[in-house]
Design a protein around this ligand. Structure first.
Ligand code: G6P
Length: 613
């Protein structure tokens, strides 16, 4: 979704801003723009990619200057076109502003400004904010820039991360945060601001995260952060763990492929220091102080969106099966608006790769407001969700850049296995010996994923045969059902093929009507105890001429014998099977998308981090 970057220092701002915009391309966007200050404000912006913006600047629209802000836009108000792209300027052309989020009352502000004689050139809520700020400056010449901005944004409802520059204040960038993340990259004689750490990681490893309601004045040698009550804050400076290598493709054609192949390592990283194969114990530092809440919870609710919602479903099966606690899984977007029954005896677990998903954050806040304890399972260190939860566990899988989530899913499932085992041990629902067996199996998962990846060519061959299928059906039972959903989502996201994931038995209640010789049916039969039932479901598909592609564990010959194509995954415990069975599905969607010429890392209309509702 939208990305913000800004620079102030001694270098040409446009070089750093353009590089930062490139780094944020993975978030998903439809247009890009930049504003620099060199005497006056100069902007260059266009629909399309950052490379289009670069060309525009080379062709003369760009500008020099040692202070600048840039933006990648994912359209919410107004279609993606050159005019609606950010930055937006005020009516005097002195202020340039970029914005992430949505201004909910922009229509009423716009009407009021129009009644005062101002005209608007775009359809965006952001232009309204730019003009509102310049209008407040006009009407309150006595106020400092920051005070005027504060007064203006006090009239705004909705969510924003703003970054702005102003011709009369050429020594600063001003930023303001409410509901949309922003951070300051602290350099030596230079400062950066960004909505995403990946945009600044190349220049500094020191970052300051802004919190809700704060504004900051960024100069080249200093920064000042002020809270909503006008109190100047001493903010903690965090060390950024992200390395440049992690945010580059490292020889792979796409980030998604790199991230699929990284999974043996990312799962090892996720497990490091957390499991003891000799004792069967699980150590989760982030939960130690709050484990009692989890143990005593009468009910656990897990809320998430997208792929994280699929791992939440795996979590439901895991926690109910191992720890014998009732678990409900909610779409965060529904949970937040449905007047949920939740109180101080409940625990909410939110799962989010980015830690910034607007609906998941709102679910977290809703649960907290009702007295529940909230745990987080998050990848991005220092993200808003990570900071607002009462306790949590990081995935430690490194930055995920491909829009279609892969290594975060397996990281989330790994963490859920650890939480389920920890809880089960604490509650006495399993013995240490049982836990030891699972932990031993878990420690073998990275090597087993590697075995699957070593046979990726087999999935490529299958993909080549089904590249132009118009529809796909994915079926699974118990632990393989969320994997079926995830496999279908991957295919939809990056190859734009319609795909449905279904619990295998539910197929009879609708999707079976779709099955004919044109319909590939991907069957995930990786759990032993439901094998016989899957065999019956496959027979039902075959009877209607559906084409079976199956993912089965090594010893499952019943299903492979019935399949037109079969991919074997190594044997493991049923509860761990999603960590293996999802890998061939990730490969299937990747190869099909590449065959279809799709932009795998930046699929149309999608955003990596959905920071608006
Ligand atoms: C977007 C991304 C998905 C992701 C979902 C939830 O839709 O494209 O890959 O699963 O958001 O994101 P989160 O960061 O909260 O896990």
């Amino acid at each position: 979704m939208c990305g913000i970057i800004g620079y102030i220092g001694e270098k040409q701002a446009k070089d750093i801003v353009l590089k930062g915009l490139k780094r944020m391309e993975y978030r998903g966007y439809d247009s890009a723009g930049i504003a620099t200050l060199n005497g006056g404000v100069k902007t260059a912006k266009c629909k399309g990619k950052v490379n289009d913006l670069k060309k525009l600047i080379q062709n003369g629209s760009g500008s020099d200057g040692k202070i600048g802000i840039g933006h990648t836009r994912w359209a919410t108000h107004g279609e993606p076109n050159d005019v609606n792209s950010h930055p937006h300027v005020g009516h005097h052309g002195k202020l340039a502003l970029v914005h992430n989020g949505i201004i909910e009352n922009y229509t009423s502000i716009k009407k009021k400004l129009e009644s005062e004689g101002l005209n608007f050139y775009s359809d965006t809520d952001t232009e309204v904010a730019a003009k509102l700020i310049e209008n407040v400056i006009d009407n309150h010449p006595d106020l400092s820039f920051e005070k005027a901005v504060k007064l203006a944004i006090s009239q705004i409802t909705g969510a924003y991360g703003f970054a702005m520059i102003h011709e009369d204040y050429p020594d600063r960038i001003l930023v303001a945060r409410k509901g949309s993340p922003l951070l300051i990259g602290v350099g030596d004689g230079e400062m950066l601001i960004a909505s995403d750490a990946s945009a600044v990681a190349e220049y500094t490893d020191k970052v300051v995260y802004l919190d809700e309601g704060e504004i900051a004045i960024i100069k080249k040698d200093s920064y000042q952060v002020i809270d909503a009550n006008d109190v100047e804050l001493q903010k903690e400076v965090h060390e950024l763990a992200t390395t440049l290598e992690e945010i580059e493709k490292g020889g792979y054609p796409y980030f998604m492929l790199k991230e699929i192949f990284e999974q043996p390592k990312t799962i090892s990283d996720c497990l490091r220091g957390r499991i003891n194969t000799n004792t069967g114990e699980v150590t989760l530092g982030g939960l130690e102080n709050a484990i009692d809440k989890l143990v005593n919870a009468k009910r656990i609710i897990i809320a998430a969106c997208g792929t994280s919602w699929h791992s939440a479903l795996v979590g439901e099966y895991l926690i109910e099966h191992l720890a014998r606690v009732s678990v409900e899984v909610e779409y965060a977007s529904e949970f937040r608006y449905k007047d949920p029954l939740i109180d101080e005896n409940d625990v909410l677990i939110v799962i989010s790769q980015s830690g910034e998903t607007a609906d998941t954050l709102a679910a977290l806040r809703k649960a907290k407001s009702k007295g529940a304890t909230v745990f987080g399972i998050v990848n991005v260190v220092g993200s808003t969700i990570a900071r607002e939860t009462d306790a949590g566990v990081y995935l430690h899988t490194g930055p995920e850049i491909g829009v279609a989530s892969t290594k975060a899913f397996t990281g989330q499932v790994t963490v859920l296995v650890l939480i389920a085992l920890k809880l089960a041990l604490e509650k006495g629902a399993i013995t240490k010996d049982q836990s030891k067996k699972y932990i031993q199996a878990l420690s073998e998962i990275p090597a087993k994923i590697q075995q699957i990846l070593d046979r990726s060519g087999q999935m490529k061959t299958i993909s080549d045969l089904f590249t132009y299928a118009p529809n796909f059906l994915y079926l699974g039972r118990t632990y393989s059902f969320p994997v079926a959903l995830e496999g279908a989502l991957k295919l939809k996201e990056i190859s734009y093929i319609h795909a449905e994931g279904y619990p295998a038995a539910e197929m009879k209640h609708g999707p079976i009507a779709l099955i004919d010789e044109m319909m590939p049916v991907v069957v995930i039969a990786a759990t032993d105890h439901t094998n016989d039932k899957m065999v019956s479901n496959i027979e039902e598909v075959k009877a209607r001429k559906g084409r079976i592609i199956s993912i089965t564990s090594e010893e499952n010959d019943d299903v492979s014998a019935l399949s037109e194509f079969n991919f074997k995954i190594p044997e493991t415990e049923d509860i761990l099977s999603p960590l293996l069975s999802v890998i061939p599905l990730q490969l299937l969607s990747y190869y099909i998308a590449v065959n279809r010429g799709c932009d795998v890392d930046q699929p149309r209309n999608l955003a990596k981090s959905v920071t608006v509702e």
